[in-house]
Structures are given as C-alpha cells and as structure tokens.
Design a protein around this ligand. Structure first.
Ligand SMILES: NC(=O)c1ccc[n+]([C@@H]2O[C@H](COP(=O)([O-])OP(=O)(O)OC[C@H]3O[C@@H](n4cnc5c(N)ncnc54)[C@H](O)[C@@H]3O)[C@@H](O)[C@H]2O)c1
Length: 439
C-alpha cells in the first residue's frame, strides 16, 4: 500500500486538507459534482482500462499501488497487451479482470459493465473523446489520457455529456504536476508575479521514430501526422501555463493565430531509415515540422505555444515554459527566475533558491513517493487526484472545461493555418461561467 492513500483513506479530515491545494487549482473547487462516488459495497472503487499499450500499462502499474481500488475490466484490441495487463492484475493478487478484445468497439461492452465505476482511457488520441462520451453515458467516471479530443465537435460533446451525466471527468495532464510547474503556480497564487501579461510554452521533442512501426508502416501517431495539420499535442505545454494564468477561472482564451513550417523532417527521416525506395519514404505527411501559435486572452495576455515532434535535435528537451508578470519573470530554460525587490537588478536566480518558501504542499508531502514516478514525478498525482475527486465529489483539478479548451488548440491551429493564418475565435466551453469561478 502506498503511503498517500493510507493517510487519505484512514484520516479523512487530514486527507481532505492535504488535497486542498490541488483541488483549489480547479475552478469552482467548492462546487460539488452532482453525484458522490459509487463503489462496491466495501467502498472499493472499481476501474476499467481501455488501451493498455505503453502508457495504459504504466497507469495500470500506478493504479495497482493505490489502496481501496481494483481493476475489474480491461479492453485492448491487441491481445498481447491485454494479456500483459491481466497478468499484472493477477500477479498483484487481484481476481482476473473481465477481458475485452473483440475489435475496435468492444470497449462499449466494458463501459456497460456494472462492476466498473471508473474508466481509464489510454488509447490513440483520436479515440479518447468517443470513448469518454460512451463511458460517461454508461454512468462511469472518466480519466482520459491527453489530448482529450481532436475536433471542436468532440470537445463540445465531452462538455455536454459531462454536464448531462454529472460524472467526474479528468484529463490526465501530468505536466501540471511537475515540481517546478507547481512551484510557479504557488508563486503566482501568492502574488509573486503580480498581474501576468505573457507566457511561452512548447513541446519540442524529436519523436520521429515512434511515427513508424519497424516495417515502415505508420503507427497511430504517424497516421495523425499524415492526415492532420496544426499542433497535434498541445496539452503538455499548455496545461501548466493555463493554470498559472487562471484560464477558465479568472480569464479565458479569446482568439488564436497559427503558422506552420512546411513538412520536411519526417519524409527525410523515412528515407534515411527505410531507404528512399521503401513505401514509407513515399508517404506524404500533412503536418509541418514545427507549428507555432499566438493566443490572446480576454484579460489581454498573450501566450506563445509551439509544437514540434519532428525536427532533428538532441534529447532530452521536451517542454519549455516562460511566464512574465508585472513583478517577476520565469524561464524554464535553466530554471531562471527574477523577482522585483528580491533578486538583484539584472540578475537571474535559480528557482531552487525559492523552493523552501514556495514548494507546493503536495510535493512537500509526497516527495519521496512522487520522485519514483515518471515525468519528473508528475505521474504520481493525477490518478490520486481523480480518485479524490470521485470520492469527495469535488471538481477535478483538470476538468472537462480545461480538457476541451486545451485540446481545442489542435483543431483551432489547423483552422487558422487552413485560413492562411487568419485569427480564429476560441469557443468558451464554460459558456461564461469562468467569470464566476475562482482561481
Ligand atoms: N501523459 C503522458 O505523459 C503520456 C505519455 C505517453 C502517451 N500518452 C498518451 O497515452 C495514450 C496512449 O499512448 P501509448 O504511447 O500508450 O500508445 P500505444 O500505441 O502504446 O497504446 C495504445 C493502446 O491502445 C490500444 N487500442 C487501439 N485502439 C483500441 C480500441 N479501439 N479499443 C481498445 N484498445 C485500443 C492499442 O492496441 C494499444 O495497446 C495516447 O493518448 C498518448 O497521447 C501520454
């Protein structure tokens, strides 16, 4: 049993207090969802997994360490992946979960099961929204991998289904939980930055190799790159920035303008890896190597967001972030911070210097457990936050409005590029409610 949930489950009052900082990041954190948690008679929360490839398997491993939850069903069209997941559960001493692998819509049978309270979705990105909608309609809470949706219609479908069903919905954006990002959030909340005017973020990570299978056919990521344009993976970079700026809380996105480079890197990579006469080298990809967008908010903030998973470059650059406020400036490159009145004039300091004062309470509490998980420890918190939201009825820290808004950057960048870089309007998925919600 992990320490965190032992404390949470056994000392409810303490547990609630421990999660206040996280819950308070969510808009309207005091609002309760319509339902309280459904569990089996003994209070165990029963999970179904849809998609147990690389990510789903890791999430399953994390979930199996949490007390008072069980995995009762697994669905994957790949039988080897399915069987690996079933074995992980039984190796942990759990009864064998119900298994579903009869084709791409078999997840519907999992969603219909009475023995499942919540569903984890870790399938290819374009499948997330239809699966989440189906699961919520069937009465399940949903924890969806990123991004939540690829079209504006699907973003709206998520919002409308969540509102209609009252289920807990959370998008699994782990970058929001990385320690430096949470420290900056604390600093923003305590007024260190003053009013913010500008932020920069990027997901810049050479992922060309995982666009292809070993035989040169395309993976689902490769198919997205072949068929789609724009920012195809916006939430890792945008999530932390959105939380710092209070997007869907005290501010909202208003318009977006995007530009993309031409496609070069992937086609060149295919020829180099498979040979210039191989069918893989003849595939025409729609996506540009690098896509940038500027987003304007209602409060006059500008956010510069970049997506580039194709350009040749060394690892481990993945995400970068910058934030400019009236009285402080942060640049994740080198973890540099400058604070008016505290830092020397013209002198950057390292974020570490302020860790003691501004480390997020969740990180203080769970440092040793979190440090063992991937993505800078950011993977430790989201599933636990989701479970906490279900059990308490509190709003999820990355809720359906965040999921829709952050994911909408994908179709909106495509629309702007298609319109020869014209600005496009960003829908207000909260329908004006953001004005009444607190940061
Ligand atoms: N948060 C993170 O840091 C992070 C990291 C990696 C991946 N991800 C996300 O996780 C998701 C999965 O990525 P991955 O790397 O594990 O991909 P993957 O290809 O390894 O796994 C996808 C799994 O879904 C299964 N699947 C496909 N269609 C299905 C269907 N109709 N029904 C049931 N199962 C189906 C596949 O067989 C496979 O096992 C993606 O959305 C990705 O963006 C997030």
């Amino acid at each position: 049993m992990g320490a965190i949930l032992t404390r949470r489950e056994m000392v409810c009052a303490t547990a609630a207090a421990l999660t206040v900082p996280a819950a308070s990041r969510a808009a309207g954190a005091s609002e309760k969802s319509k339902q309280s948690a459904e569990t089996d008679a003994s209070g165990v929360l029963r999970f179904g997994f849809i998609g147990v490839g690389g990510r789903g398997t890791y999430l399953l491993r994390l979930l199996l360490q949490i007390p008072n939850v069980r995995v009762t069903a697994v669905c994957d069209i790949n039988e080897a992946n399915l069987n690996r997941a079933l074995k992980m559960a039984t190796d942990k001493g759990e009864p064998r979960p119900a298994a579903f692998s009869k084709g791409p819509t078999d997840y519907r049978r999992l969603c219909a099961l009475d023995i499942v309270d919540a569903v984890v979705i870790a399938t290819p990105v374009p499948l997330h929204a239809p699966m989440a909608v189906e699961a919520m309609r069937a009465g399940k809470h949903v924890f969806s991998e990123v991004a939540a949706a690829t079209t504006l219609d699907d973003c709206w479908a998520l919002v409308e289904t969540k509102e209609k069903t009252g289920r807990t919905y959370m998008m699994a954006e782990n970058m929001c939980y990385m320690r430096p990002n949470m420290q900056i959030l604390t600093m923003v909340q305590r007024g260190v930055f003053g009013e913010c005017t500008y932020a920069e973020c990027g997901y810049v990570h050479d992922c060309r190799n995982i666009k292809f299978n070993a035989d040169g056919t395309l993976t689902w990521r490769g198919e997205m790159a072949r068929d789609m344009i724009g920012n195809l993976y916006p939430t890792h970079q945008f999530g932390p920035v959105a939380q710092w700026l209070g997007i869907n809380r005290t501010d909202r996105l208003v318009s977006l303008v995007a530009m993309t480079t031409r496609q070069m890197a992937l086609e060149r990579y295919a020829a180099n890896r498979f040979g210039k006469d191989h069918p893989a080298a003849k595939i025409k990809f729609a996506v540009g190597d690098s896509t940038s967008a500027l987003i304007q908010t209602a409060n006059g903030v500008v956010i510069d967001i970049r997506y580039d998973t194709l350009s040749a470059r060394p690892h481990p650059t993945t995400n970068y972030y910058a934030l400019q406020g009236a009285s402080a400036s942060y640049d994740s490159d080198g973890q540099k911070i400058w604070i008016e009145g505290r830092s020397k004039e013209n002198t950057w300091e390292t974020l570490d210097k302020y860790a003691e004062e501004f480390d997020h309470p969740m990180w203080r509490e769970y440092e040793s457990d979190a440090a063992k998980t991937q993505h800078g420890g950011g993977d430790f918190f989201p599933l636990r936050e989701f479970i906490h939201a279900i059990r308490t009825g509190a709003r999820a820290p990355v809720d359906v409005y965040d999921a829709a808004t952050w994911s909408a950057i994908m179709p909106l960048t495509a629309a702007s590029i298609q319109a020869k870089n014209q600005p496009v309007e960003v829908p207000d998925f909260t329908r004006g409610q953001w004005k009444n919600w607190k940061a």
